[in-house]
Design a protein around this ligand. Sequence first.
Ligand SMILES: CC(C)[C@H](C(=O)O)[C@@H](O)C(=O)O
Ligand code: SF4
Length: 466
Amino acid sequence: MTQTMYDKIWHHHVVEERGDGVALLYIDRQIIHEVTSPQAFEGLRLANRKLRRRDANIAVPDHNVPTKNRHLPNPDPSSKEQLETLEQNVDAFDVNYIPMDDIRQGIVHVVGPEQGITQPGITMVCGDSHTSTNGAFGALAFGIGTSEIEHAFATQTLVLKKSKSMRVKIEGTLPFGCSAKDMALAVIGKLGTAGGTGYVIEYAGSMVEGLSMEGRMTLCNMSIEAGARAGMVAPDETTFNYIKGRPFAPKGGQWNAAVAYWKSLVSDEGANFDKEVTLTQDDIVPLVTWGTSPEDVIPVTAEIPAPSSFADPNKQVAAEASLDYMGLAAGTPMQEVSVDRVFVGSCTNSRIEDLRQAAAMIKGRKISESVKEAIIVPGSGLVKHMAEEEGLDKLFIEAGFEWREPGCSMCLAMNPDKAGPGEHVASTSNRNFVSRQGPGARTHLVSPAMAVGAAIAGHFVDVRNY
Ligand SMILES: CC(C)[C@H](C(=O)O)[C@@H](O)C(=O)O
Ligand code: SF4
């Protein structure tokens, strides 16, 4: 019987079938951050339990870390407490830990792949929805809740129901001025935020195969915004080249054996997917979100849509509310929308390639005087270091950007990096929810190049001719 990649990885990890698609699944690796782990550790404490496999877990602080003045006391009491609690817990339970002052520190979903922790064929969890990022390697990686974190700590297993499978093919060559972020936004625009509910998505097609690992991670990262449980890309030479030599990668004779196994994971010819969706090169253009849902995407060359243009009455109501919150009028050309702040970062777009694409847009120009703040937040200390070796930090600083320390930062504004009420933010993150980047802040999701273009012009621009 033919199998999808998801079927294969699932079956390799079943400890016990419970019937009705529910199974006890073995979990290979778990990553932990400070926001969702405290109750899980507390649960272990109360039940007097330990970690079943301490080498399968690794913790790193990311959401609450300050991105500047780290040598000073943390200005936010609740952030301080969450960070200290994580330190106490990893100490008490002897969990592998990457502290804030370690060059490897960064956003969990950047650190896992960078360290070679993420590998094809593994099951990988984290108490964080964007764990889907790791699926770019052909891993089954997904976010879990606090009680599941505790369960995985104690047993190295989880009780799970198998999802349906969807294949999203994107065919063609990535058009000029576009990036994996535009592909991700195009997929969400097409599926809608509920289109992937109940599914694990496998991304395929020539445009996906042509992406670097960084691009594939951007694409898989935003599977969650399409409602899916996870996103995956079949491992290939691009994957193997990325993993080779990383700290946790298989070494010596184990390398060849691992690659042979990884190659066997790809979906069989003719494997059955519950749903198939295809996008073409024509669907991929520089996109911007205009509303408060990631599905609210339009080409940068388009106008803000009128609520009445949507067929679904519920969507009409939602669009009305979105426009009201965003302070936008239907019919306004997107390129006339001005931006107050610019954020390049987050687990969607903070890897080295994202920073290179962002820096390439500067071309000796400076950010607009109308922009209050433009920050570049690398995904990890290693990304930051690499960017500095390439001189990207200087390009950003000369243009008027702030060059920060790694963390989640203004993606969700749990640290001091916030946008003010009513301010429009050109953001490379993944969620444009109400008040996501600060109370009343208005988020527009874009690619790194589009964010820098907006910073220079002071409003959204079509990066293809800017
Ligand atoms: C804090 C965490 C639970 C949350 C998530 O799971 O996604 C955060 O990372 C986010 O992006 O909103
Ligand atoms: S960068 Fe944003 S989306 Fe990613 S884990 Fe952090 S808060 Fe969540």
